[in-house]
Design a binder for this molecule. Structure first.
Ligand SMILES: [Ca+2]
Ligand SMILES: [Ca+2]
Ligand SMILES: [Ca+2]
Length: 264
């Protein structure tokens, strides 16, 4: 025991001296790239609770870099190796980050075969449990599910249309059922539905009057403009028709033709 503790101490000291600690059960291929910081109690070889699938996978490759503010590599990118010979290339399939530098990965994003973001999961309060789930569609934000009180149950659902917030469901009394619905227009809150008796049905719609007033005003303005345009066009058409009646048919082209013919 004592010897182990001494070894661990020596290891930490070595890490503090930025010489790295090569002892212990090294896993992964990154031990040599890591400069120990001493700030982190966890060594570079400690389990960082990777959420990307790559270990023991021969057609996957991982790389690690230190992101902004990080003393040790905290960003891992996992690539899928595709094709053979000259056609051999790799595509990013997963990226995970230790955002609070405690040595544990807390955000993971997965990509589809086109390289677009597909899904993201995160532990935003660093309690070791996921509390944020994001789904992308064609690279755009499509759905976000949140466990805002970190009890393990989702209590906020956000839905997006072409990247813009369209709908939100909230479970405000944390009984597992949504009781507030928010409807957005052009990313702005338009109305709120409230379920007062916990039967998951809206009992009351509260409109955001200011937003509604503006939306209606904009619609009215658009209609007025369209009507004004139509009226102006009708007036022009009418004037043209009247002129045609006054001058008689085909009068417009006569003078030019006449003059030319006379000159010749
Ligand atoms: Ca972390
Ligand atoms: Ca969490
Ligand atoms: Ca919750």
């Amino acid at each position: 025991m004592k010897l182990e503790r001494r070894l661990a101490g020596a290891c930490l000291l070595t890490a503090l001296l930025a010489l790295g600690c090569a002892g212990g059960s090294a896993s992964g291929g990154f031990a040599g790239k890591v400069a120990g910081s001493g700030k982190q109690a966890r060594g570079p070889n400690a389990d960082d609770r990777s959420m990307c699938e790559w270990r023991g996978n021969s057609d996957r490759e991982a790389s690690e870099v230190a992101g902004p503010g990080a003393l040790q590599p905290n960003v891992r990118r996992v690539y899928q190796l595709i094709g053979t010979g000259d056609d051999r290339h790799k595509i990013l399939v997963c990226r995970e980050i230790d955002t609070n530098f405690d040595g544990i990965k807390d955000v993971v994003r997965r990509y589809n075969e086109k390289g677009e973001s597909a899904k993201e999961e995160a532990d935003t309060n660093f309690d070791g449990r996921l509390d944020t789930w994001i789904v992308f569609a064609k690279g755009h934000l499509a759905e976000v599910r949140l466990d805002t009180d970190f009890d393990g149950n989702v209590d906020e659902w956000k839905y997006y249309a072409t990247g813009k917030l369209a709908r939100v469901k909230r479970d405000t009394n944390h009984d597992g059922k949504a009781d507030i619905w928010e409807i957005y227009q052009n990313g702005k809150l338009e109305r709120i539905g409230v379920d007062a008796d916990a039967d998951e049905r809206v009992d009351r719609w509260d409109h955001d009057n200011e937003v509604r007033r503006k939306t209606e005003e904009a619609e009215r303005k658009k209609e007025d403009e369209a009507a004004a345009k139509a009226a102006a066009k009708a007036a022009v058409d009418k004037a043209a028709a009247e002129k045609l009646n006054e001058d008689g048919p085909a009068s417009g082209s006569k003078p030019v033709t006449h003059k030319r013919k006379k000159k010749l």
